[in-house]
Design a protein. Structure first.
Length: 123
């Protein structure tokens, strides 16, 4: 999809090493796992629960110009929906290519919609 994926966690590099060596899901990871032991990144992105000492599960989709296009923050007991993250990336790429918007429930291959004030309420 012509993207870069980074995983950042407040766990240590040693925890990441053990996770990728022992967990069935960890063994499938083929992107960098970065350690945020100082919690600086988690604080800057607003996902650190300082009172309880953990970071929420967050996904940040950042465009090639460095602008955050989407933020998804899940509560502690809820995992990420990777299919939705991929759909958002595909929709943003579709928009860049066509200039069209991706309506609710849009998937690759679906038609887009014209966007702008002239089209508000027309769909």
């Amino acid at each position: 999809m012509n993207t870069e994926v980074l995983a950042i966690s407040t766990d240590s590099i040693y925890s990441h090493k053990i996770f990728t060596q022992t967990s069935p899901s960890g063994k499938k990871i083929n992107y960098p796992l970065l350690s945020d032991r100082t919690q600086e990144v988690s604080k800057k992105y607003g996902i650190l629960n300082e009172k309880e000492g953990f970071a929420y599960r967050g996904a940040f989709i950042i465009d090639p110009e460095g602008t955050i296009q989407a933020i998804i923050i899940n509560p502690q007991p809820v995992g990420r929906n990777i299919d939705e993250i991929l759909r958002i990336i595909q929709a943003l790429q579709f928009n860049r290519k066509t200039g069209l918007g991706a309506p609710a429930g849009w998937n690759v291959g679906d038609p887009g919609i014209k966007i702008g004030w002239d089209y508000v309420g027309k769909y």
